[in-house]
Design a protein around this ligand. Structure first.
Ligand SMILES: NC(=O)C1=CN([C@@H]2O[C@H](COP(=O)(O)OP(=O)(O)OC[C@H]3O[C@@H](n4cnc5c(N)ncnc54)[C@H](OP(=O)(O)O)[C@@H]3O)[C@@H](O)[C@H]2O)C=CC1
Ligand SMILES: O=C(O)CCC(=O)C(=O)O
Ligand SMILES: [Mg+2]
Length: 474
């Protein structure tokens, strides 16, 4: 089945049932070292994972690592341009759970992202990136401990589908011609707009299916959180991109209020219900004017629509959600994307799960990671119904490659997510304790060292940070 790799002699496959992994005591887990700083991070991380599993379970459990190849390493082994060999794809598919270091993507031309390809090929539609503060971690923010969010990023579509045409190419010119001469003139809302002839063209598909399966997972996750964190915020730029990002918002609400009707309340519903609770005699029009800023200056038609919304909510969910029952349900709200970037800084404790499309989630997860200490502390997972690949939020950080100085924290924390996903909580907890204690002891790599007061000098090397984590287990 494999051309140039051989699975370990011992161990067996992780399989999936109803989206949940079934994990043997000795699973085989494929790993991709990654490009750039992957050479530093992966060996450090693997050491931590093995030590945690050994400390937690002795000889009862063990991971059999299966080295597979992508990126530069793959080209060395498989030949020029063999960036993502079939062997690698088959191994991930066969063994169910994999973990990877970062892979390089050139800007402006060259190959398309291998990271994105891995997610799309294995249909890993939910990119889950928690951003939580570890006590003692230096941060550019005054109250980083208030941020505890999980970015739930749609991982397969949006502009990451990679359907683009270069400026000046035959296809770009054809599409521009078609748009300018037929499609735009036939759409009255576009008026006399025209695409500049020297444009590159990219396509941004956002589907109902893609949006709703992402929001479904976000809702399921919210239900597993403590009551005070049961919130899903739909992040979008739907005021500008109405039929893609605006539709994502609408489909998100639709999914939440149908599949999770008894377990959730939307923000607007909560306003309507609480207005009625505060004043049982409130009229529909009064309630409508409280929930809609500028209600009085709206057209009659729009006012009537808001009154209908109020009536619908009270008629359909007052029994199940009224009299404060809604306070025990998952709150579903939405925020415009630019606003959420400032909200996570100014009101961090008001958010929990941030459900996003692909590009917004890519931006937002780096920004949220920065608040809790930087990209060295940003873990992630790409989850599908039959497979999962764990990987850090950051990239290859090429200027630090091979220097044994980069922070392996993000890949190690991605491994923590993997162990938790596997149900190996004891091993995951040991690593979290080790990281927490190492940071409190000021045993940190350069990125955290330079932000500490006073700065730590000299900082630990990448490999030394891994050893400090292991020393601080338990
Ligand atoms: N999933 C993946 O595999 C990803 C791959 N990439 C790819 O990586 C390549 C490089 O991308 P680039 O834009 O430079 O972004 P990177 O995330 O690789 O690095 C940007 C900067 O972030 C900081 N940083 C990154 N990782 C760490 C870490 N582990 N510990 C501490 N600090 C860290 C460093 O800042 P400083 O130098 O200031 O300390 C680094 O210079 C590109 O080819 C890109 O496409 C990008 C993102 C994700
Ligand atoms: O694939 C890449 O090179 C970048 C992807 C990225 O930034 C991300 O997924 O966060
Ligand atoms: Mg990114």
């Amino acid at each position: 089945m494999y051309e140039k790799i051989t699975p370990p002699d011992t161990g067996s496959r992780i399989t999936f049932q109803n989206g949940e992994p079934i994990v043997p005591d000795n699973p085989i887990i494929p790993f991709l070292r990654g490009d750039g700083t992957g050479v530093d991070i992966w060996p450090a991380a693997q050491k931590v994972f093995d030590a945690a599993v050994q400390t937690a379970y002795g000889d009862k459990r063990r991971i059999s690592w299966f080295k597979v190849y992508a990126g530069d390493e793959a080209c060395e082994k498989y030949g020029t341009y063999q960036y993502l060999p079939e062997d690698t794809l088959n191994a991930i598919k066969e063994f169910g759970i994999a973990i990877k270091g970062p892979l390089t993507t050139p800007v402006g031309g060259g190959i398309r992202s291998l990271n994105v390809a891995l997610r799309q090929i294995h249909d890993l539609y939910a990119c889950v990136r928690p951003c939580k503060y570890y006590q003692g971690t230096p941060s550019p923010h005054k109250t980083p401990e208030k941020l505890d969010v999980i970015v739930y990023r749609e991982n397969t579509e949006d502009i990451y589908l990679g359907i683009e045409w270069r400026q000046g190419s035959e296809m770009a010119n054809k599409i521009i011609h078609l748009l300018n001469t037929e499609l735009i003139p036939a759409t009255p809302e576009h008026g006399k707009k025209q695409i500049p002839l020297d444009s590159g063209i990219g396509i941004k598909p956002i589907s109902r299916t893609g949006s709703q399966r992402l929001v479904r997972r976000a809702m399921q996750h919210a239900l597993r959180l403590p009551k005070n964190k049961q919130m899903v915020t739909l992040v979008h730029k739907g005021n500008i991109m109405k039929y893609t990002e605006g539709a994502f918002r609408d489909w998100g609400y639709e999914l939440a209020t149908t599949e999770f009707r008894n377990q959730c309340v939307t923000e607007r519903e909560s306003w309507i219900l609480s207005n009625k609770e505060k004043n049982p005699d409130i009229t529909t029009a009064e309630n409508a004017s409280e929930i809609e800023p500028g209600y009085d200056s709206l057209t009659e038609e729009k006012q009537a629509a808001i009154c209908r919304e109020v009536e619908n909510v009270l008629n359909s969910i007052w029994e199940t959600h009224g009299n404060g029952q809604w306070k025990d349900k998952v709150m579903v709200n939405d925020r415009i994307a630019d606003s959420i970037f400032q909200q996570i800084q100014t009101r961090p404790d008001e958010y929990s799960i941030l459900a996003t499309m692909n590009l917004n989630g890519d931006y937002l997860s780096d920004a949220a990671a920065a608040i809790v200490g930087g990209l060295g502390m940003g873990p992630g997972a790409n989850i599908g119904d039959n497979c999962a690949i764990f990987e850090a939020t950051h990239g290859t950080a090429p200027k630090h490659a091979g220097l044994d100085r980069i922070n392996p924290g993000s890949v190690i924390l991605s491994g923590v997510m993997m162990l938790e996903f596997m149900g190996w909580q004891e091993a995951a907890d040991l690593i979290k304790q080790g990281i927490g204690k190492a940071i409190s002891n000021r045993e940190v790599t350069y990125d955290l060292a330079r932000m500490m007061e006073p700065p730590v000098e000299p900082p630990l090397k990448c490999s030394e940070f891994a050893e400090a984590i292991i020393k601080n287990f338990g």
